[in-house]
Design a protein around this ligand. Structure first.
Ligand SMILES: [Ca+2]
Ligand SMILES: [Ca+2]
Ligand SMILES: [Ca+2]
Length: 494
């Protein structure tokens, strides 16, 4: 007859069963029957072990039974202690109940899910300790020695018996390589050198449910990627302003805002651009232009540092996740933003000044040594400050929307006219041309004798112009930009 499971627990966190766990060490004895040890309100039993894996210890199985000592239903406590013996730091204390008597003179395996996972390091010693709070039960010991452990009785002397083992198993979830970094919103930040003074595009992924500080300018919000220095200066930056993404350029201080909320808990791709010659500022959310204006045309010289998670003034901090920060010394095409935002770059792309993938450390475990944010262009590593680098917050995390190792294919197309703020392709065409623009423009198409055959307003991004109902031949496309520029291109309709 199969054994039944008799036990119920106060603290079963069902979600942990969804985590893939590895049996770290089976301490099952070679033979059983070596003894039993009473766990009661006046008696602890513990055994040390050496972790075989680095990861999160989430579950411990022990053998309990009903030998000799009278069983008393009630609460029990299991502790995980740092080091060999009872004297170390208590890493976790989990209370559980046993309500029904184990089978007399036999054993059953009891799974105890820890109230929170304990980070363990391969090769380090730990001790598990079980005591009765209100209950009494027998734990099962083996006759064979277990080289990595020692059995402890809490008898006032922490006496160790080397001739017995406590039968137990430890289950460890091995950590996932991290994909991004969580900022605590209190004081976490990363300092990165700034390597440009003119045109730029800054792109990153963010995820938050926090509401940012409020005000009229980007520097009033909760800083995300920010070059802000105090006062009116040739700075710039992005922040969470209430629920919107704010992008500002200083001297004069001008801020534009996203139209969508960026703090709904889903990952959002942010791209901001500034063109020095015209002062044009643009703000894209998930590849869509949501705001643009014209601001300062002065070189960006106020500070040689950008902060991630705060500003150079340290007056605000970002609470949330950041990944895949890219800094370019040029204004990207909308199609380039859209086509590369969901994959990792090669890091050799033209104009890419600094590139941070955030694929460092391991999720939620001790990452104390991982305090440099690597720049994949090789020149501008960042430095982490004030991160916990352990546990589930203020640490390296896994599960970003940008999958590690999913690299964008190399861009490149020669079949278009490209100049300044415009691409036209294909050329020649059978009549439908794609016009991609970095700014709002009016397009007029003239035939060879100067007659306007088409006039059309274009948005930032990809637009289609159809002259397929006109004769084959040469046409001229003249564009009128909002910044006052005009340009003429020759196109051929087949
Ligand atoms: Ca990443
Ligand atoms: Ca400022
Ligand atoms: Ca912190």
């Amino acid at each position: 007859m199969k054994q039944k499971y008799f036990y119920s627990f106060l603290l079963i966190l069902v979600s942990y069963f969804g985590i893939s766990q590895t049996l770290d060490q089976s301490n099952a004895p070679v033979s059983i029957g070596g003894g039993s040890f009473t766990v009661s309100p006046t008696q602890d039993i513990g055994q040390s072990f050496i972790a075989g894996l680095t990861g999160n210890l989430s579950k411990i199985d022990i053998r309990v039974g009903n030998w000799g000592s009278a069983f008393v239903a009630g609460d029990f406590q299991l502790r995980v202690i740092q080091g060999n013996g009872y004297g170390g730091t208590v890493l976790n204390s989990t209370t559980f109940s046993i309500t029904t008597s184990p089978i007399a003179d036999d054993y059953q395996e009891l799974s105890i899910v820890l109230s929170s996972p304990v980070a363990v390091t391969s090769g380090n010693s730990y001790t598990i300790d079980i005591k009765g709070v209100t209950g009494t039960v027998s734990t099962h010991g083996a006759s064979a020695n277990y080289a990595n452990g020692g059995l402890y009785f809490f008898n006032g002397n922490n006496a160790m018996y080397n001739s017995y083992d406590l039968w137990f198993k430890t289950f460890v979830s091995t950590p996932s390589p991290a994909t991004h970094l969580h900022f605590d919103g209190a004081d976490d930040y990363v300092d990165i050198p700034k390597a440009f003074t003119s045109d730029f595009t800054i792109e990153y992924w963010m995820q938050t449910t926090a509401t940012g500080l409020t005000g009229g300018q980007w520097f009033d919000g909760s800083s995300i990627v920010n070059n802000e220095v105090g006062g009116v200066a040739t700075d710039f930056g992005t922040s969470l302003l209430g629920s919107k993404l704010a992008f500002g350029v200083g001297s004069p201080d001008i801020t534009i805002l996203s139209t969508t909320d960026v703090n709904d808990g889903t990952w959002k791709h942010i791209a901001v651009t500034w063109k020095q010659s015209t002062g044009q500022m643009q703000l894209y959310i998930n590849g869509n232009l949501e705001a643009s204006t014209f601001g300062s045309t002065a070189a960006r010289t106020a500070s040689d540092f950008i902060k991630i998670g705060t500003a150079n003034t340290f007056v605000s901090f970002f609470n949330g996740n950041i990944d895949e920060l890219r800094i370019w010394n040029k204004v990207l095409w909308p199609s380039d933003i859209q086509s590369t935002m969901n994959c990792e770059l090669q890091a050799t792309e033209s104009g890419l000044v600094a590139y941070y993938k955030f694929n460092q450390g391991f999720e939620n475990v001790a990452n104390a040594s991982v305090t440099t944010l690597n720049d994949f262009t090789g020149l501008y590593n960042g430095t982490l400050s004030n991160f916990a680098l352990s546990g589930s917050a203020s640490n390296w995390k896994a599960g970003s929307t940008v999958v590690t190792g999913n690299t964008c294919t190399v861009l490149g197309s020669s079949d278009f006219v490209t100049e300044n703020n415009l691409k036209i392709y294909p050329n020649p065409s059978t009549g439908i041309f794609t016009i991609e623009s970095k700014e709002e423009i009016t397009v007029k198409i003239y035939d060879l004798v100067g007659k306007v055959v088409k006039a059309q307003q274009m948005n930032v991004g990809i637009n289609l112009v159809d002259i397929s109902n006109h004769a084959a031949g040469v046409y001229f496309v003249k564009t009128f930009g909002v910044s006052g520029n005009t340009t003429t291109y020759k196109v051929i309709k087949k």
